[in-house]
Design a protein around this ligand. Structure first.
Ligand code: PLP
Length: 413
């Protein structure tokens, strides 16, 4: 669907005004924020929800009979329901609040690993993974004397699906792959990958840190066993995120952390554990964060995926075309299915040098290995310049990026 230009601009300026930071300046120039894959900006609705909670409702949840505690509990559980609906989980109990994707993956790697992984077993990840979806599995393999296997990636950023099928075997205990690559923007064919693993009885964890903000995620339709996400990449607050897990798995997995809230009964001799999802939520949770997260999900729901996807694909296509026209610019990652993440290099100019010049234009891009060192090694690169676009970005901002890239070329000629 193509949204008519005028309607788009009117809507866009209203949307941009929802994000206070977008009207700030950097070095006296309007901020151009192209680091959305690292973290997205927050609309006033989210900021207000957090302030509102601390101003009017702040209280610990689940433990009090008093009015405030009941209100806070209601708001916290209501947020869980919003997230469950957002990903179409079969039950609210399948949504565990965590600090974000990293903690969610660590939870599964530790808890699933404790219950189901033994010496000689294999864990299958891909060459496209963020360190958060490598290191927890590597540590598990060290603890259990298991083996880490890696699905190879083609030069264009697509995973080798034939190799994937060959790597699945009777020793594979779990597959853990990302939905969208944060470095290259590749959208992985996760539905087919999940089906193939399930045909061999192997569960699949999807690292959805990037996937969940670019299009609808329906965990029942995907049939994934675990899906992990971070609110701060979804226009919500930092320090909160979630793990979707199928009840059947979560019930069989031991608690990841122990303390208050996750227990049913404690004596000095033994402890019995609370039901799901509380078994995995030890201690006082990030109530304000959960409420802000729920509001972010409402905000995305109001915008709608049609709008978000139309905007983001327009920006990706426009930026790809614009930067490709500049001699010496090399786009890194050219998979057929791609999210609005554009990695590139300018000739032999070091990405840090380029990023420093681009920053002088008030443009925030990310430079480096993007927490994917093994992927960079595979591509024989030290890092890239990454511009990642959100629905609130504009073509004019991309024009400015192109101008900054030309300046980089001129200065380092
Ligand atoms: N996985 C991917 C694909 C990511 O892009 C990121 C963050 O950039 C993470 C995991 C880690 O997310 P967080 O730092 O929010 O836990």
């Amino acid at each position: 669907m193509r949204i008519p230009e005028i309607q788009m601009n009117t809507t866009l300026s209203a949307i941009r005004s929802d994000f206070p930071i977008l009207s700030t300046t950097v070095y006296g120039k309007p901020l151009v924020y192209f680091d959305n894959a690292a973290t997205t900006q927050k609309p006033s609705a989210v900021i207000d929800a957090i302030t509102g909670y601390y101003s009017e409702t702040n209280s610990n949840v689940h433990r009090g009979v008093h009015h405030l505690s009941q209100q806070a509990t209601l708001a916290y559980e209501n947020a869980r329901k919003k997230i469950a609906d957002f990903v179409n989980a079969a039950s609210d109990a399948e949504i565990i609040f965590t600090r974000g994707t990293t903690e969610s993956i660590n939870l599964v790697a530790w808890s699933f690993g404790e219950a189901f992984v033994k010496e000689g077993d294999e864990i299958l990840i891909s060459a496209l993974e963020h360190h958060s979806n490598i290191v927890p599995w590597q540590q598990l393999c060290l603890r259990k004397k298991a083996v880490l296997r890696v699905i190879p990636v083609y030069d264009n950023g697509e995973l080798d699906q034939e190799a994937y099928m060959k790597l699945l075997n009777d020793c594979t205990r779990i597959v853990a792959v990302n939905h969208i690559s944060n470095s290259l923007g590749t959208i992985n064919p996760i539905k087919g990958m999940i089906r193939q693993a399930h045909e061999r009885g192997i569960p699949v964890l999807i690292d959805g840190a990037q996937g969940i903000s670019h299009g609808p995620v329906d965990v029942q339709e995907l049939n994934c066993d675990f899906y992990t996400f971070s609110a701060h990449k979804m226009y919500g607050p930092m320090g909160i995120g979630g793990l979707y897990g199928k009840k059947d798995w979560l019930k069989q997995m031991p608690p990841y952390q122990c303390g208050g809230e996750m227990i049913e009964k404690v004596t000095f001799e033994e402890t019995t554990f609370n039901e799901l999802p509380y078994k995995f939520e030890a201690g006082t949770p990030n109530v304000a964060g959960a409420i802000g997260f729920g509001t972010a999900v409402d905000y995305l729901g109001n915008l709608g995926w049609d709008f978000i996807r139309t905007r983001e694909s327009d920006l990706l296509n426009y930026a790809t075309e614009k930067l490709s026209q500049i001699e010496g610019v090399r786009i890194i990652g050219t998979s057929a299915q791609k999210a609005s993440i554009l990695s590139f290099l300018i000739g032999n100019i070091h990405f840090f040098d380029a990023g420093t010049i681009i920053d002088q234009y008030g443009i925030a891009v990310r430079t480096g290995n993007h927490c994917t060192q093994p992927l960079m090694d595979r591509l024989c690169l030290l890092g890239t310049i990454r511009a990642s676009f959100a629905f609130y970005n504009t073509r004019e901002e991309i024009d400015l990026l192109a101008e900054a890239v030309l300046k980089v070329k001129e200065l380092f000629a």
